[in-house]
Design a protein around this ligand. Sequence first.
Ligand code: 4AD
Ligand code: MG
Length: 463
Amino acid sequence: MNRLRVRQALEATAPVENIVVKGWVRTKRENKGFAFIELNDGSCLMNIQVIADEGIPGWDAIDKVTTGASIAVEGSLVESPGKGQKWEVRAAGIKVVGEADPETFPLQKKRHSDEFLRSIAHLRPRTNKFGAIFRIRSEASYAIHKFFHDNGFAYVHSPIITGSDCEGAGEMFRVTTLDPASTEAKAPENDFFGQEAALTVSGQLTAEIFATSLGDVYTFGPTFRAENSNTPRHAAEFWMVEPEMAFADLSDDMDLGEAFIKSVVGHLRKHCAEDLELFAKWVDKGLTETLDSIENNEFVRLPYTEAIEILKKNAKTKKGKSRFEYPVEWGVDLQTEHERFLTDEHFKRPVIVYDYPKDIKAFYMRMNDDGKTVAAMDILVPRVGELIGGSQREERLDVLKKRIEELGLTEEDYWWYMDLRRFGSVPHAGFGMGFERLLMMVTGVSNIRDVIPCPRTPKHLEF
Ligand code: 4AD
Ligand code: MG
């Protein structure tokens, strides 16, 4: 018996005898003497059609073959005489593996809202849309590893439990084994690690250790931020890709970011064409155009100061109304509305904004000669806004020390980070890309919760 996944069956080049296919029933139509079953096993968007004649072994349980039930079908793959499919399965025997009570099975054959499907996250990957999302998510992970592997980057596993707040934003989840109500809990030296511990907000500092020994490296793993912002673009647990290059500056960093995004988008368009088509048809009519604009155009490179000028010039619409909720001024951080004006309306393609004011960026970014800005860059993309945040790192020990002092950080906490500037320091640069934001860009899905298997956001920890 030849076990075939539905995808293999649909891609067959010749009929195959003695096969078995297993999956979940999408629909069943019964006629006098036979039944049509649409079967899906998650290997691809399309179902395979099964034709079962009355009287085959297992027919007596045909009433249990209902939407959502799992079945195994033995038979042969034959050319389909019907329209709409090339191949179908002629069943020689059918077996119900697991029943699904039609009265209570929550996935009816109709379009359900994303909100409803979030409330049944254990079943939503069985729908066309979410099956497609999670196949794309899987393929995108592979595309990322492939890009870095092909370009000679080594994969580094940065720790998930950490003692340092890389971004200095204080958005860390504490990790403790102490009962928070106990008096012990007041002194971190009593805790498991003998000090305060937290879940990582970024693997960057570890990536820097390894960039200054292995050369070009990247991390790709889960990241945690206790941002209490209930936005469609933030999750408390998300995945981040963080390359770090030794002997590299900000311009190398921008080149890498642009090549990386284009490569992953190209890979997905080639290998997930059928799944992506679903999004272009049902989720975002402008998707194909957006992806073309990303793949085929050079990204705009724009100093922060010029970005602010453009935004100020466009602060009012043609009708004289304020375009933005948040006013722009040199020195403020860009809000999503500003980012999206630049990418979706003004330039209509990805924009790399660089040289940000030092006061809105993290301690490790390299100080520019003007003393006011740092060598930071954000890559903003249509529909999503900030996809990548990166920088050239401060490699000069004295300047770094001064920055740490200015920001009120404790030098002792960063002794090893400063050692990297003491012994064979090199210019180096890297960035972080939010993996879910990439998936949002590629699929046109507008809520980050819908590209995460089990999303974690404020007040939500089910599944
Ligand atoms: O801009 P961020 O904060 O940069 C860093 O963490 C650097 N240490 C990265 C580096 O240089 N190695 O975060 C990087 C990216 C953002 O551009 C965004 O795409 C994503 O991570 N991100 C989030 N994605 C989902 N939910 C959140 N709460 C996110 N916070 C950041
Ligand atoms: Mg950022």
